[in-house]
Design a protein around this ligand. Sequence first.
Ligand code: FES
Length: 575
Amino acid sequence: MSKKSYNELRSSRWFSDIGKAGYIHRERIAQAGFSRSDYEGKPVIGIFSTWSELNPCHIHFRERAEDVKRGVWSAGGFPVEVPCMSLGEPYMKPTTMLYRDLLAMEVEENILAHPIDGVVLMGGCDKTTPAMLMGAFAQDIPCIYLPAGPMLTGRWRGHALGSGTDASRWFNELHAGRITKAEFDEMETAGARSPGTCQTMGTASTMTLLAEVMGLSLPGAASIPAPDSRHRHMATECGKTIVDMTWNDRKPSTFIIRSSFENAIRVLNALGGSTNAPIHLIAMAQRLGFKFKLDDFDESLSQLPVLANIKPSGQYLMEDFYYAGGLPALMTRIKDNLDLTTENVRCETLRQTIENAHVYDDDVIRPIDKPVSDKGGLAVFKGNLAPSGCVIKLSAASQKLLRHEGRAIVFGDRQDAFSRINDPALNIQPEDILILRYCGPKGRGLPEWGMLPIPDTLLKKGVRDMVRITDARMSGTHFGTVFLHVSPEAAVGGALALVQDGDRIEIDADKKEINLLISDTELEIRKAAWKPVDPAPESHYRELYRSRVNQAHEGAILDTCAHPNNNNFRDNACE
Ligand code: FES
């Protein structure tokens, strides 16, 4: 690959210009404290940071940005730190999903409008990974992904605590009367005791690991715990690597191929990864011009068992996964199922990446003949209730509920569910099926409301799981027999909108079917009588989002972002 000359870099249009515009750009960079020798002849590297005090998962990013700068300077680049919207899962309501594409567009525009030649993308908390990569894919400039890294294992009274998974588990124990409120409160300071993303195999670790599978991060990067000094080393290496990538014009379109995504889908299964991953991978692939359907996931996903023994599917947490060898080690176990010719940011093939990797703990990263679950991680179910599909994490579901028939109990929205779930008049039984609807992309923006609570009366009897069906999402850290992302959603008149209290619903895991047991004629009558429920306007952006977003099985992507634009839009910056 030929090395670029300085005049071929985008930033040279700003800083080498001999007219008044160039004078102003240089004057202003001097204002920021830099002299010509700091930047002349060097690629400008944007360090896109999603630091925010409202995103504790990224609270170490100020320090990490300095580590990246150290790497950029030492490799002969000129680093500039650029703040980007931080999508912190804990606080953003109703859901960060509303803002994935907004952050993608922000990243895209920050690249397009500024004198930037290559970018280090600093993210990790759930949607930040797909969003930042989608933005960089759209402009197709050299980029490297710096994952925030998982937080340390939570510790409380001898128990290991994993984000989300154990909050739900212990909350149920509280409501079952097995622990006291004081004990539950004590856990608050024990679960998230360091910077970093959720240490379960939730959406954050799933997506950062899949970015690494696709070659967009340095090998091993996504498993390193956030406070580990090796995370700082990795950040500095990102800075060095992006300078090299920029000179060599190593942009995503030069090394991300369809197989990169197919590898990610296969690893997703072996990880027991998040149910949110199909939505994001479908959206990300579209930005590079690859089409994936939900069905593609099922075909690939069916092939591999779950090997990562990480909560919510397993027992351990991401810190254990790192000590057991991390992602490169896991990939050695499934290498026969991967395309080992795919490449990474450093031009190494996947074969080279994993050739010296070893598994150091067979219980954390299981051998293929001793899996955590041989059923596979995710599955796509279809039927008259979900003609375009819905997703379930089989490895985190109750096997006995996967072939099941039950009575539907319908909740119109989350508030309705929480206010009525303990209503004795509903007389909810363990075999009933709870329905939550009008929460899809156009309904409420696809929030993580899918894991409806189990009534206290049943918790006290020891019930910990029930079948739940929804057009919402669920946190990747959660567990249970929950059918998610039912598509089409209720807000566009999907079959979920037509379910009535008392209807019978059948789940058949062998056929991967989910059906409302009413006749086609009755279904048509209900469809004809259905009237859309218009949600009250909340904000200008949310109105725009609802009018342009597509369905979950299509990636829940804004239609304007659904096509690859790298060859269609002209880079006229600095004209
Ligand atoms: Fe940030 Fe889970 S809340 S990664």
